[in-house]
Design a protein around this ligand. Structure first.
Ligand code: 5GP
Length: 178
């Protein structure tokens, strides 16, 4: 069992890099099929989604663009519940098909804010792809179209996700050892 220590906490491997890679293949296949013949704009949510977005985007076989926005709602190991300002819009996304790429959907506050911002920008359609989803924590109604893995309501790191800035470089997803 692979374990790692970040700052004051111990984490145990939960989803290996190999398993993640196979699942990203499957998600990309679904998106390629669902959007065949269409143009899409991917919108990666920084910082956490940078690795997932890159790995997914490499496998996309469509006329596609990618852009990144940033908005943080997390401090330490507990969601603060509040959402901050959204920065980094630089694509003209009016009348485009947008696929939001999240690292993880927990309560859904972040996603709700982003989808709200997209609606006022008059996009043609909004789909959501997330590597990880915590169904027990989710409090919103927005459908999550492409889910990598459903996970329990525990704190995870790795593959882009951090604990106070550390752990993003881990190729696997690790869960907190309590
Ligand atoms: P939500 O707004 O859905 O409650 O939280 C979404 C954001 O909180 C994610 O984009 C991510 O940055 C952060 N987050 C939620 N759960 C976790 C977790 O288990 N680990 C880490 N590292 N971040 C998380």
């Amino acid at each position: 069992m692979k374990e790692t220590v970040l700052l004051d906490k111990k984490f145990r491997e939960m989803i290996s890099g190999e398993v993640i890679s196979k699942r990203v293949d499957e998600l990309a296949e679904m998106i390629n099929r669902d959007f065949a013949g269409k143009e899409v704009v991917f919108l990666g949510i920084l910082n956490g989604a940078f690795l997932f977005a890159a790995d997914l985007f490499k496998r996309i076989d469509l006329k596609a663009r990618i852009s990144f926005v940033k908005l943080a709602s997390y401090e330490g190991t507990r969601s603060s519940g509040s959402v901050k300002e959204l920065i980094g819009w630089n694509e003209d996304i009016k009348n485009t098909q947008v696929i939001v790429i999240e690292d993880i959907v927990d309560t859904g506050h972040t996603l709700e804010q982003i989808v709200g911002e997209l609606k006022v920008r008059n996009v043609a359609s909004i789909k959501v792809a997330t590597l990880l989803f915590k169904p027990k924590a989710y409090t919103k109604k927005i459908p999550i179209d492409y889910v990598g893995f459903e996970i329990p309501n525990d704190f995870v790191v790795g593959y882009g996700l951090d604990y106070d800035g550390y752990g993003r470089n881990l190729p696997s997803v690790y869960t907190l050892v309590k």
